[in-house]
Design a protein around this ligand. Structure first.
Ligand code: NAP
Length: 475
């Protein structure tokens, strides 16, 4: 762990194993932190806050730019660490490292634009000044599916704003976090300004982070259930929160879309990270006129996908994170098949040969999915594409919005009016219109409803770490 500028063991001396999800091999062990370690990390961050918050934006930007450069210099090593502990194909790992580095650069630049305002008053003898100041010590909790970019998307803006940070990464992916903290250290982040606590049991750490009075903000990315629980705890202490939670994205293929092109886009975004992405499509709504052609093109693509270790050439489908994930995905698929869906591809775990050592599930296409099936409502977080036929634009809009989630949605159409109507009507935070990658460091990322509160990236992502202070000056 990295606390107050020192690499440390857990105070109790305990460690836990980090596993390769492709073959179950133990990669290494890391410190298993407890509440007392989280407390020491918070105290270090609290101690460092005063000095760090008074540095100039130019100084902080310079450090973030150095960290950005170091990430790019170490792109290949970071990608290897990522594929090793998380499993995604090495090509995707390189893309994640680049995406992650972008946040450091973007927020380094944006740090210099934390402007206040002078406001006119209705009184002649009064002036208003609005100052933007860092919120204070930030607690950050990150998931395993994007273990590098979820760190920079939080730590980048927090440091840019002048906040200090305590980070708890996911149990499955602490090695990416350790490599990132080496980079922060080398880039010159002063001691105490960033702190890392690794742990196998997140509960005591979470309890410390949500209850300690020095923490002024909690930023969390993970499941809706855990996010709601942590947000409720934080609310009791009136801490600010940002919550990036689960999703259940609709992917709408309209009657005027090219079904083959849409199937290409759909397969790329659905099977990205083996479906373990919060913006992964979970319902493909295809207009009746395009249904057969779309299903055929999607099935052809999916049937060719190769599963295996992310280090192997040509592999597009890595392992799922653990056996519980296999059981969840398979449970949803079995439920759908029992209720009348048909598997056009896949439909079962992959256990042949070397795959038996990891957690692999066949890339799957399910046709004839209906609202009574679990997969229609539950986030799958796995490589399954459920396809649903529709007839009418109003109906598909209502069906797409009929979910507790509101993170990402996708539309394929060549009709501008229809694109605009659906864009305006969909109750989701991020909408791709003939676009399967509507994400960037410069673009606000976040969801509505049970997908969370707040935005990451962009100007909004920096605002999350700033307080607004008003000065009324009588003159
Ligand atoms: P998770 O189980 O909620 O875990 C996320 C993080 O929270 C991990 O670091 C986890 O630690 C920690 N955690 C779990 N219980 C905790 C507790 N009681 N107190 C404090 N921390 C706790 O979610 P996940 O399975 O890792 O991630 C998948 C979910 O994340 C999906 O629902 C996905 O949609 C969502 N996600 C959302 C976004 C977004 O931007 N909206 C991005 C990526 C992922 P351990 O690993 O040690 O359990």
């Amino acid at each position: 762990m990295y606390i107050d500028g020192e690499w440390q063991s857990a105070s109790g001396g305990k460690t836990f194993e980090v596993l390769n999800p492709a073959d179950g091999a133990v990669i290494t062990t890391v410190p298993d932190g407890a509440a007392v370690d989280a407390r020491r990390a918070i105290e270090a961050a609290d101690g460092a806050f005063g000095a760090w918050s008074r540095t100039t934006a130019y100084f902080r930007a310079d450090i973030l730019q150095k960290a950005h450069r170091l990430m790019l210099e170490r792109k290949e090593d970071l990608a290897h660490t990522l594929t090793g502990e998380q499993g995604k194909p090495i090509r995707s790992a390189r893309i994640e490292v680049q995406y992650a580095a972008d946040f450091l650069q973007w927020f380094a630049e944006e740090a210099k634009r934390i402007n206040g305002e002078i406001l006119p008053s209705a009184r002649n003898d009064q002036r208003f000044m609005v100052l933007r100041q860092p919120v204070g010590v930030v607690a950050a909790i990150t998931p395993w599916n994007y273990p590098i970019s979820m760190i920079t998307r939080k730590v980048g803006p927090a440091l840019a704003a002048g906040c200090t940070v305590v980070l708890k990464p996911a149990e499955a992916t602490p090695l990416c976090a350790i490599e990132m903290f080496k980079i922060f250290e080398e880039a010159g982040v002063p001691k105490g300004a960033v702190n890392l606590v690794t742990a196998s049991d997140p509960k005591p750490i979470g309890a410390e982070l949500t209850s300690h009075p020095a923490i002024r903000k909690l930023t969390f990315t993970g499941s809706t259930a855990v996010g709601k629980m942590l947000a409720a705890e934080a609310a009791g202490r009136m801490k600010r929160v940002s919550m990036e939670l689960g999703g259940h994205a609709p992917f709408i293929v309209c009657e005027d879309a090219d079904p083959v092109h849409a199937a290409k886009g759909g397969s790329l975004v659905k099977f990205l990270n083996t479906g373990q992405a919060c913006i992964s499509p979970n319902r493909f709504y295809v207009h009746r006129s395009n249904y057969d052609a779309f299903l055929e093109a999607l099935t052809a693509r999916v049937s060719k996908m190769k599963a295996g270790s992310g280090f192997e050439d040509g592999v597009g489908i890595g392992p799922l994170v653990n056996e519980a994930a296999i059981e969840k995905v398979d449970g949803q698929v079995r439920d759908a098949l029992t209720k009348g869906a048909k598997a056009f591809a896949g439909g079962a775990p992959l256990t042949d040969g070397a795959l038996s050592k990891g957690h692999f599930y066949a890339p799957t296409v399910l046709a004839g999915v209906t609202p009574d099936m679990r997969i229609y409502h539950e986030e799958t977080f796995g490589p399954v594409a459920p396809v649903i036929r529709y007839d009418d634009e109003d109906d598909v809009l209502a069906m797409a919005n009929d979910t507790e989630y509101g993170l990402a949605a996708y539309i394929y159409t060549q009709n501008l009016s229809r694109a605009m109507r659906l864009f305006e009507g969909l109750k989701f935070g991020i909408i791709g219109i003939n676009d399967i990658n509507p994400t960037s460091a410069a673009a606000p990322f976040g969801g509505m409803k049970n997908s969370g509160v707040g935005r990451e990236g962009a100007r909004e992502g920096l605002d999350e770490y700033l307080e607004t202070k008003l000065g009324g000056f009588a003159i």
